[in-house]
Ligand binder design. Sequence first.
Ligand code: EPU
Length: 457
Amino acid sequence: MVCDSGNSGNSDGMASQDSSWGSMRQTLGVDAFRITGGKPLLGEVRVSGAKNSVLKLMALSLLTQGRTQITSVPDILDVSIMSRLVTRLGARVEWERAEGILSIDVPEELEQRADYDLVRQMRASISVLGPLIARLGVADIALPGGDAIGSRGLDMHLAGLERMGAKVTSQHGYLLASAPERLKGASIWLDFPSVGATETLLMASVLAEGTTIIDNAAREPEIVDISHMLQEMGAQIDGVGTSTLIVDGVDELRPVTHETVSDRIVAGTWAVAAAMTCGDVSVRNANPHHLDIALDKLASAGAEVTHLPDGFRVRMEDRPRAVGIVTLPYPGFATDLQPQFIAMNAIAYGTAMVTENLFESRFKFVNELVRLGADVRTEAHHAIITGRESLSGAPVESHDIRAGASLVLAGLAAQGITTVTHVNHIDRGYANFVPDLQSLGADIERVSIVDPARVSG
Ligand code: EPU
């Protein structure tokens, strides 16, 4: 435990791992993060735009011909994949990575097909469905399939489009959607406030004929951001930020320049990292109100949380206390911060229950956390975590973005060396992760290994 160990972090076992590491390290293969735990994170870090907004902002740029500019774009793998997808659909993309500016030139004619090779790499590719059917009256999108955190259905996206007059079938692994007569406004009630379905229907309805009402809509800050960009483009949307979105379709939209909302999940990850390492971190360019519940939970765990003019600061002096959480759609506790809180509970005083209500496989990473010595039992969608005084470094594997980040946090708080493999998952959502951690004082480096199965502790 960082807080109790005088922050030295080194153990005997670690030294032997260290010496064997050199011979294992190769120049080809799977990227891994090698972390020597035990240092408090101190200093400040700046958060970029939100992955779960920018990918949709890129997709919705297809709704209009001309040059759209998106700023505060994070340098992450998913933005590269989405750039390839919109390029494949006919747009021209320029990305000034260092400046975080993405320009998308959209021609009059677009392709209608999103191929499996890209969709399988990133489920968010489905967000081109709404813009394509709205603009072209037709879209062929490869079915994304399940992923590491659950099956992730599309039924609400498709039922909503059908209510707007689209015909949707599936053939040879593709969704074929068509609405040659232009989509028609409709009243749609979502069974659940799905982020993806709300976005698909919002992007489809802005160019539809007449009024669309989306009830039980998702209210995440990223949906508000998408709605704001659509409004800037000329869309008529009422009820932004509420559960009822009322969209009056317009004939055309215009390209704009839009700044991406800051990434609340990245900001929340830094907040938990500060608390887990007994650190003191100021998170800049973050909106603490997008993290009200999470920051309140950190305060219950013993952290001192203060708001700053452009973010917040988290300071922890002692080992955290265990805190229970229940994930829910926004403004409830974000599922994308659930693994980080499980990691924190793994080193906390006491026992806590975490309930996951959105993704059935989001506890999969717990097996990796157990390899670090965590005491976690799962039963259906509940996890019971009893904090241990310390975790001990070991090789672990990242299965998805948030699980990977949480294993890194656990490694930062553990004694000895932790190697997290398959960090391409973390690269999908965290820009500048290793340099930012290094600047906060973490002992972490990126390495390449040929055969992650052979990384031994
Ligand atoms: N669902 C259905 N049918 C649908 C739509 C959703 O059954 O038609 C189910 C899903 O299977 C899932 C639940 O509803 O169990 C939630 O799905 P939702 O549509 O709300 O989420 P999403 O659009 O697939 C986005 C984020 C996720 C984030 C969730 C919830 C993107 C690219 N992804 O997913 O982010 O966890 O909203 O906030 O925006 C991440 O960033 O790590 C991540 C997984």
